[in-house]
Design a protein around this ligand. Sequence first.
Ligand SMILES: *[C@@H]1O[C@H](CO)[C@@H](O)[C@H](O)[C@H]1NC(C)=O
Ligand SMILES: *[C@@H]1O[C@H](CO)[C@@H](O)[C@H](O)[C@H]1NC(C)=O
Length: 440
Amino acid sequence: MKGNTWLLLFSIACAISAKIYAEFWPGINQTLVVLGFFRKPEDLVNTAGEVVAIPDTRHCEDLHYHASSGLLFTACEDKAETRFGWFPPLANFDNPELALKSRGSIHVINAVTLESQRLEFENFNGPFLTHGIDVIDDIERPGGVYIFAVNHLPNLKSSQSEGSPKAKSQIELFYHVIGSPNIRHVRSILDPLITTPNDIFASSPTSFYVTNDHLYREHGLKRTIEELYERARWSTVINVRLGSLEDSVADATTGVYATVALRGLHNNNGLAHGRSPQEILISSPTSGMLHIGEVPLDAATSGGNITIIESMPFDSVVDNPSYFSDPFTQSSADDHSGFVLAGVTHAKDLAKNVRDPTAKDPVRVFFVKAAPRGADHPWEKHVMFEDDGSRIRSASAAVLVAIDPEAESKGGVSVKGTRKATLFVTGFWSSNVIAVKVDL
Ligand SMILES: *[C@@H]1O[C@H](CO)[C@@H](O)[C@H](O)[C@H]1NC(C)=O
Ligand SMILES: *[C@@H]1O[C@H](CO)[C@@H](O)[C@H](O)[C@H]1NC(C)=O
């Protein structure tokens, strides 16, 4: 070949490489940034402030604040052997026998006294492998709440037939009367569309949304691509409707009507209620995104699909979101409401640490408020809390509970005009839920 033919081929090769680079690199770079590949450990600052570790709250993945009772609800795995021996969300299926014998727990935590109370199951003896939950009021009987909880049961058939999934995850629906020491099991919910359930958004006792965080359940190239490549948008949100709750159902599949409510998000994971009954918050941890969407007012008649309105990027993992509604607002200038997002900063190490009860997984909690009118960006984001993993290992959920400015100033410490809240942070591998006082 002549010299100029080589030159032509070389130019074409360069153009193709540049095109591929321009096409793929920004997304790949963003993922590497979010997962912490470029972060040095010293980038993390321990936030000052006394951190209280709440006793008897081990490995509680999710956390919800129930404002009218002043209680936080959480589902805890309780034992390190179970969490490090069986955790389908991180593709750990080591010990199904142990999982079958394990029963996690639902706790309520008093947001003021910081006492945790383990609720006694009245009629539930099954294995309970905990993950995301949601809590909604019983509007027919004030004082009652429905609690939906993911349960990652092992699939007993997996030992028999090759290729069947190792987990047979389902949803448990419980009922609790605020102030009572007990929790009653209403029913189990199983459907072929619920495959890798992570978190729940309940619209009513008979209608809820659940995320499937992955398409691929086990370690391997496909799951790695699914996690690292932002355009591998293979996760789903499922809308589930239940027939009447009146009849006690023996079978978990009875009266369950499920449809796909949303496709096309990358690695959708945590769900939360937002600023209005219709607003749904959806996180995409490995791409560092918070999506704000809307559910229809009446899922039963409109099909229940979710519409995404806005997406907000972060430079590290954001797991279960929550919305803090400031109860002490006096004017829009004094409104401290916002989104709270917790996550691990070195997600690249999770696969390595999945069987290690002693490792540290550093955390970060973001707080996002509406920016003042006229600002360049609609949102103001800041890091509210950070830890290198020594006070809390891993973070998957955080909620804020406002401190009454009157009570605070009586202590004589508060400067007039400053507003404070208690920040609660929990993690799927944390030994305790922690509480720390923060400025809003
Ligand atoms: C990767 O992304 C980060 C954060 O968005 C940015 O600061 C950095 O310049 C990017 N690096 C490259 C090589 O594109
Ligand atoms: C709802 O969303 C799913 C998944 O994206 C889609 O297949 C279905 O057609 C949608 N249904 C309606 C009524 O828009």
